[in-house]
Design a protein around this ligand. Sequence first.
Ligand SMILES: [Zn+2]
Length: 339
Amino acid sequence: MMKAKIMGSVLFPKLEARYNELNSTYTKQQNMKVKPDSSQNKNRNLTFVDENDLTISQMVEVEKESTSKDNLRQSAKQIASMKTFDNNDLDQQDEVASKLAKLSETSEIAINKFIEDPKLMKTLESCLFCQGNGMRDLPILKETDNFYITLPPKPEITSNGTLIVPKKHIKNSLYLDSNEYEELKDIMESLSIFYFKSHKQNVIFYEESLYETNHANIKCVPIPASFEPKTVGSYFREGIMEQVIDNEHHHQALIKTSDKGYRQSLAKEAPFFHVWLDVDGGLGHIVEDVVSWPKHDSFSRRIIGGFLDADQFKIMSRPKFSVEKRSVIQSFVEKLKDM
Ligand SMILES: [Zn+2]
């Protein structure tokens, strides 16, 4: 806490409030636990009982209580020690997100409240994709009512890619309402036409929604026109099957989203990967084990880089947003003007 104060972090007032809130919840829980009165609490009041005298179910209770207490303490500590994010560090954001998601699974306290504030506090204030939140804004190449198009992180597997980002902070594109989704489809169609007309290229659109704190973004990767959607689809199909081969999978590994429509085929709450093979959908996959899913976009990078025989160094690099030259941005803005 002192560290944040000394550093003059802009997050500090919120951190302090959150820290106090968590601390008071913690204290309240402690007080509740030692109250020896009600018969309901009789078995729960185990704090001062000799461990050797506990039955198995009592031990489970103790274990549960101390885990929940530790989680609460940990969370308060974590929030208190948080500093502003490294602009380029998506990984750190991901880690904290996973941790909070894990907390929500294991703890028995009012977890929604518990995780919502850090999410809003931290994610919104440090989100790379939320414009105007005090972080360096990504350059806007084109803007529609509900979306903006920006440049992707570098290095790209192919050149001249773009990123479609909803202006509001939503976890994935399945949270769009139907008008917004139509708008997204229009953008995708326009971009496909743009790349074909100006670069004689096809494009792949894909989205990964793995973490609670995700800000939805759809990557648009230009590829040579000789690669048809069917061919691209077969590479992704193979890639997904390779991913799930060693893991027991409860969901169908491959979900064809074109038939029923993308929005009807996937659940927005589940972590997923989706690649569009036409504007209505393509292939989806529910990521059951987020921890073992390739990080830093490397799942798609390996597949696309693989069939394009791209440089291995490029494929394995961890992509980062860099400050783009004004001229590069301007030239893109000009090109997309009539899109
Ligand atoms: Zn955001």
